[in-house]
Structure formats: C-alpha cells, structure tokens
Design a protein around this ligand. Sequence first.
Ligand code: COA
Ligand code: AMP
Length: 635
Amino acid sequence: MSKLDELHARSLADPESFWAEAAEEIHWLRRWDRVLDDSRAPLVRWFPGGELNTAWNALDRHVEAGLGERLALIYDSPVTGSAARFSYGELRDRVAQLAGALRRLGVEKGDRVLVYMPMVPESVMAMLACARIGAVHSVVFGGFAAEELAKRIDDARPRVVLAASCGIEPGRIVEYKPLLDGALALCRAKPERCVVLQRPESRAELDPARDLDWNDAVSGATPADCVPVAATDPLYILYTSGTTGVPKGVVRDNGGHAVALCWSMRNVYGVEPGEVYWAASDIGWVVGHSYIVYAPLLHGCTSILYEGKPVGTPDAAAFWRVCAEHSVETLFTAPTALRAIKREDPEAALPARHDLSRFRTLFLAGERADPDTVAWCEGALGVPVIDHWWQTETGWPVAANCMGIEPQPVKRGSPTRVVPGYDVRVLDDEGAEVGPGETGNIVLRLPLPPGCLPTLWNDDAGFRAAYLERFPGFYQTGDAGHADEDGYLWIMSRTDDIINVAGHRLSTGRLEEVLAGHPDVAECAVFGAADELKGQVPVGLLVLKAGCATDPGEVVRQGIGLVREQVGPVASFKQACVVERLPKTRSGKVLRGAMRRIADGEDGPVPPTIDDPAILDEIRSALRGLGLAGQDAGS
Ligand code: COA
Ligand code: AMP
C-alpha cells in the first residue's frame, strides 16, 4: 500500500485518532473531551470540550516561541504603489490593539463583526482581532453591491461594521462608504457602529452619530488578550451563493478549522513553517480566509497580501515580480488568472525575466483547471502545477495532489486523488454508487472531517435541506463528475443553477430575480456560457411583457445596469438579449441546459421533453447576435 493510500485508509478507519494526532500541532487551553461528537448525527462537532484561541495559535504562540521577528505578512499593492511588512510580533501587537478597540466599542465574545474591506493589512488584522476576542467575523467581498451587503448584514446581525473608504480597481476607485450607507439604509438589523479606514486615495464622509475613523477607534485602545473559546464556537460566517437569491451563511468553528488547516499546509501543500506562501485571491472568498490569513499563519509561514490583478497592474509579469521579490515558494491562484496572463504572454517570455529559483509549486483552484492552461503553466514555470478541488463549505481541499505526502503523476484536467479525511463517492440520481468512468453526483460520506462547515448560520434545517437530505448519509457537493480506474477524480460541472465566473460562484437564480424585477420583463432565464478568460460568463434572455413600449435594447441595457447595481460588478453580467419566448418543457420548466449548449456551440440532442423544438432555432439566432453559439455566428 502506498503512503497516501495508507494514510487515507487510516483517516477513514479511525478518524478520531487520525485527527487527535493532527490536533497536537495546535496549542490548546483545554484538551477536548471527545474528538468527534456524532450524537446529533448527521450534525457533528469536532473536539467538543476543547478550548483554544485561533489568533493565539496564528500569532502569539509563534512570538512566544521566539519567532517574533519572522515575517508574518507582506502587503504588496501595485494599485497604490505601496508595500509593507509585518513581523509576527508587529502583527500580534496591531491585532491586539484593534481587538482592544472592538472591545471598547462593546464587542464581546459571540458578537458578530462585519468586515467590508479591500485587500489591505487592516482587513487581515480585523479578522484576527475578532478571533482574539471570540467575536465572529463575516467578511463580505468588495465587489458586491449594497443590496447583497444588506442581506448579509440582516442575516449576521453584526454589532459593528469594519469598512474602508474605498477599494482600488485598475482605472477606478470603488467608493465603499456609499455602498455601505446604501446597505445600512436597506437593512433591518442596524449595527451600532461603523469603523471606517480612511484611505488617502478617497476619503469617506462619516456620520458622527454612527461612524468612527479607524485611527480614532484604535488610538489609545488597551490591547486585548486572547480569550479562550470552545473548539465548537464559531470563528466566522462566510456567505456564499446558493441556488436561490438568498446567500448561505457557511459557519466555521475554531478547533476543527485550526487543526485541518494546519494539517493541510504540510500535507497537501508540502509547505514548512518559515516558508513564503502566496494565495493570490481576495480575503472576501474562502481561499482568502483559509490560505491568505489562517493556514499560513497557523503554520508559521509568511503570507502575501496582494492588492492587484494578474494583468494590468502594471502588466502580465506582476505575479512573477511578486514571486521573485518576496521569494515565494508556493503560489495558489485561480486558473482564470493564469488564462489572463497567458493571453498577454502566450510565449511565456515574462517568467524567465524574474528570479523564480525559490518557486516550487503552483496550486490552482476555484474552477476546473483546463488542460491547456495547466500545460502552459508547466511549460512557462517548470514546476509542478497542481489542480485541487474544494468549496467554501469544506474550507480546505477535498481532492489534490498531496505534495507533502506522496506526489502522484499529474493527469491534466483532474484534481488528482481524494485527500485523507474525506470519503468521496459518485452516486447516480437514485443514490447508487456508480463505477469508474461513470458520471454522477459527487458526494462526501458523513461525517465531514474537521474544518468543514458544521452548519449554516442559525439554520440547521437549511443546512440539512441544502446538503444532507438528497442523499442520506452523504453531503451533496453540487458538483458532478467521475472517478477513473486509478482513483483520480474528474470534476466536470455543477448539478444546480450555480455558475463559476472567474473563479467566483454565482447563482443564476439571483440574477434572474433581479432581471425579473424590471417592469417590462415578463420572464427571463440566465445561464452560464463558456468564456475563454473567465471560464463562464452569465448570459440573460429576456421575454418582454406584451405591449411593452420600451425599446428592447433599452430594456437590455437597464437590466444589465440593474444587476450591476443590485448584485455588483463581480457578476460580470454584460450579455443579454430579448427573445419572443423561452424553451420550456411541456410542464413549463425552463431548459437552461439546452440554451447553454447552444451558446457553447455544442451539438446535443433536442431535449425530449421540450414543448416546441422550433424555439431552439430562435434561441440560436438570438445568441448568435451576441457572438455566441459557434464561430460561424451570423452564417
Ligand atoms: N471591488 C469592487 N469591484 C470589483 C472587485 C472588488 N474587490 N473585484 C472585482 N471587481 C469588479 C471589476 O472591477 C470588474 O468591473 P468592471 O465590470 O467595471 O470591469 C468586475 O468586478 C469583474 O471583475 P473580475 O471578474 O475580476 O474581472 P476583470 O475583467 O476585472 O479581471 C481577471 C479578470 C481574470 C484578471 C480577474 O477575474 C482575476 O484576477 N481573477 C482571479 C480570480 C480569483 O482570484 N478568484 C478567487 C478564487 S481562488
Ligand atoms: P467556491 O465555494 O466559491 O470556492 O466554489 C466552489 C465550486 O467551484 C466547487 O463546488 C466547484 O464547482 C468549483 N471548483 C472549485 N475548484 C475546482 C476544481 N479544482 N475543479 C473543478 N471545479 C472546481
């Protein structure tokens, strides 16, 4: 039996001893009573009775171990032309003072703090300051609009909001404060205070009754000590798209999370403490939570916080410049970022102009790493390129080529093998397991390992309904694919109405909800069409109300504007057109899959349940008007 097989088998045969051993890497204030409590199965808890503090484990314990001078965080911001470095000692002190400021504002253990901030060091400090005093942070990605922010505020009910005056996108400043004010006007659960970091690029107007300048809030605050929290207490809530317009509040606990993330750094990523690890993502996504903030710091690494893009800040060599300048050993990003780089540097001339001698491994996730992109990266960089698969809910990789255990031969297009701790199965729609090569629903056998979501925020019933009921005994990932004869997984598509745009997860249902709110729209459908850069982009088809007097082109423009205003620019919703009717089944279900296949130029059979097959030609011609449905558009 190979080392990987042996470890994997052991993790499933005796998860309690496997994870108890991994938990020795963490500093506990009180040892757990049990490793796994499944008395409320299918809901389970890891390390009940245990007490720890995540911020202590991420910062203080390294300082106590004499590593206070080691670099914890490097901030590199081509969009502002600035950079900063924080040692573990400095970061610990800044976090403790911010935690003291939160305390002074009345934030206590268990209170929620919403963080709506760009990629600045204060965002990382904000998350760790919450962890320090046992408050639960909820970070909302800056590309979301006021309405999305308001929904998250109403669900999390934060006592305090931490925000910045602006974010910086290439060529424009995104004013965060008006978005925050808009959200606060919309939401019911008004926070008591908003603390605003004034960035010099654009200062925000503060409401003296509610808002506080960040510097004033922090100045003179007494540094707060780490408070003990239960292993099972929530560390954070991170909202992610579900199939409806209502985002799901994924909860992460303290104990299992710290154990699993620490374990993953050494075993999945093959990284040692003291090394420089860079996840080029955003703190608003799970990759940012897990692999910009918590895992690298828990493991004693130096983490990079990059406020920039793969291209245009200033060019397609930006990633290689950062890797060389900061001696990055491991880089993790989304395939879309590499596709953007490849488009500008197809011959891969730029990496060679930088000293990448320390660079060892490139990890890709967020969407399937297409074989072309993997091949280009391998040629350009000469290092292993590892696709790995996971999701917001799991918090850490489910399938990967575990570089710290026993690297496997790469099969481009596959995230390789199941990571120890997870039991992945492929089921048909009736719940029977299918054989190698057969496509089915990808599920995880319960219990989920530590680090995965224990539930949804205040919504055990929603957690069960969304993930556990469809296949009893299993967690439904929402992904479809197969395992091959060698046990490699192939994750090929979603089984629901979620699309993946530039590594970001979007609900087509939410976009439809916004478009349907336009007074001239009778009905609409949104689906994901293949896109060379972003993997998928949303495409909308609108049916206008009878007698609509507005010009159809104007309705389309307004619809696109509504999505940007209500969901945010991150939806990348730029393509829509008006059609006479939508393809439906005889029972009235909209055939989004058929439209997607037409948009992607795939020849598929006419769906047998379709009400009127002639409609597909109308759709094809409308999509050709958008430049979709095959290269011979318009022919
Ligand atoms: N705040 C405000 N707006 C934001 C934002 C933020 N934090 N992040 C993105 N946006 C805006 C962008 O400015 C863009 O607006 P536009 O329509 O006015 O151009 C829109 O949201 C779409 O952004 P994005 O998807 O990033 O597309 P892009 O065309 O600007 O850039 C890539 C394309 C490939 C370079 C970019 O998507 C990228 O770097 N992707 C990496 C993905 C990633 O890290 N995913 C995380 C999972 S690992
Ligand atoms: P998110 O929760 O936003 O991280 O999105 C998770 C979803 O992105 C997964 O359920 C998959 O649909 C997709 N995804 C992420 N990584 C991969 C990958 N390596 N291969 C295929 N799909 C992926």
